[in-house]
Design a protein. Structure first.
Length: 461
């Protein structure tokens, strides 16, 4: 088939496909499209049409003719392009000139070893100051230049997820229009050693969302984010162990910040220091245990918890925050559970009921808190082993099973009026929570050690 005829057939097929897509997305553009020959449409109209298509479709369309090639080059592409293998990377190399207005890019891993590449691994070229151990391990790998992404200066979102990087790549933190940055590594560092400084984010002046998880080579101080004070709406820095020496309150005056998640990151502070004028736009707050009152923070006494809950009640009304804490094993109120102790007949309790030394905040129609067992899915059988008419073989293993064991709820708000609009929601919440209060019914705080052992003896032995 002559090239000209093949091109015409491809154009006709493409026009039919475009007509369907554009008609769904923008009827006004579609009417112009049906009434005009594709080659007579203005460049802006064709760019609009191309913008509704996936990246790979646009890359095919640019081969129809030189006009469409130029149209593709000027198209702002809202769809995402993902790099999951070497072929995707090669496509991206072509796109640096063919489709420079790409707006959303996700960089994932590359195949480690493939026979068609001679068994050689595929990695990105080392950056500055690489980890020497990884340099030796990847000496025989084929490398690819991740720096090519700097050609896409209209990027709005960039995600780098477990990509095989080694070293520092400061050039990739220079996108004037970027609004969302995600950099997630793995638990065991096998993905690489991507080292970067929080201070480099100043090269992203429009950044609204930052999500970094398990970035073990990331470093810097939380106060570096102040360069983005007026734009940041979401900050997730979780499991980043080299971000330290920072007080989370450095971000308290960020006017747009809605989500702040710093779990498993070495920052400090005191949640009780949050005032009425701090974090005005905040909707969710999650802090590490190194912050007083952070997630899984360990209190030194049972009495301390009651005071703390009253202090954070105003915060609980404003936004969702950490919901779980526990009593420190160093506390004078702490005692061990006897789950591994034999009874006088040499039998062991076949189900563990640890002391209720974990505590949680309850948010819903009515705000309160309670103590509960450390393991929410603890299952127990509520029967009296002292009853001579009961024996182990006669007990239905499903009878009296309790899914969790909590103390009574300590409410921070008065009970809802029966005539209030949310009374029904409150009763549903209350019914569900009461079903979880069985073994420690009647206790608003953990029982004393003597009371606990007496309860265990009654139910288990």
């Amino acid at each position: 088939m002559p090239p000209s005829e093949r091109s015409e057939r491809l154009e006709r097929r493409v026009r039919r496909r475009l007509a369907g897509r554009v008609n769904e997305a923008n009827p006004s553009v579609a009417s112009s499209y049906h009434a005009t020959n594709a080659n007579q449409l203005g460049g802006n109209v064709l760019e609009t049409i191309f913008g509704f298509l996936p990246v790979k479709d646009i890359m095919r369309l640019r081969r129809v003719c030189s006009d469409w090639k130029e149209t593709a080059k000027g198209t702002f592409v809202p769809s995402e392009f993902k790099i999951t293998n070497v072929y995707d990377f090669w496509t991206l190399e072509t796109m640096t000139a063919a489709l420079p207005n790409l707006q959303h890019l996700t960089i994932l891993g590359l195949p480690e070893r493939e026979e068609r590449f001679g068994g050689r691994g595929q990695i990105y070229a080392d950056g500055d100051h690489p980890h020497e151990g990884l340099v030796d391990e990847t000496a025989d790998c084929t490398t690819h230049d991740i720096g090519i992404i700097t050609n896409f200066q209209h990027l709005r979102s960039l995600a780098i997820i477990e990509a095989p990087l080694n070293g520092r790549y400061p050039a990739i933190f220079n996108f004037p229009l970027l609004e969302k940055l995600t950099i997630n590594d793995s638990f065991d560092d096998v993905a690489g050693y991507h080292s970067w400084n929080l201070a480099w984010l100043e090269g992203l002046p429009m950044l609204r969302e930052l999500e970094c998880r398990l970035n073990h080579a990331m470093f810097g101080n939380l106060s570096s984010l102040r360069a983005l004070k007026d734009t940041l709406e979401k900050v997730v820095i979780s499991g980043c162990r080299h971000v330290h020496g920072s007080n989370f309150m450095d971000l308290a005056d960020f006017p747009r910040l809605k989500i702040l998640d710093l779990r498993s990151t070495d920052v400090y502070g005191d949640i009780r220091n949050i005032g009425a004028n701090d974090f005005k736009a905040l909707e969710e707050l999650f802090l590490p245990r190194t912050v007083y009152g952070g997630s899984r923070y360990e209190f030194q006494s049972i009495a301390e918890v009651s005071v703390f809950m009253g202090q954070i009640y105003p915060l609980a009304k404003r936004f969702s925050l950490i919901r779980s804490w526990r009593l420190s094993e160093e506390s004078p109120d702490w005692y061990d559970d006897p789950h591994d102790v034999d009874d006088e007949n040499g039998r062991r309790g076949n189900h563990r009921i640890p002391p209720p030394f974990a505590c949680e905040l309850l948010r819903g129609a009515r705000i309160g808190w309670r103590w509960r067992c450390s393991f929410p899915d603890t299952r127990i059988y509520l029967h009296d082993r002292n009853d001579p008419d009961e024996d182990d073989e006669s007990i239905d293993p499903l009878e009296g099973v309790v899914e969790s064991n909590s103390c009574e709820i300590n409410w921070l708000e008065p009970e809802h009026d029966r005539e209030s609009s949310d009374y029904e929601d409150y009763t549903l919440q209350l019914s569900s929570l009461q079903n979880e209060t069985n073994f420690f019914r009647g206790y608003h705080n953990p029982p004393s050690e003597d009371e606990y052992y007496e309860m265990m003896e009654k139910w288990w032995f």
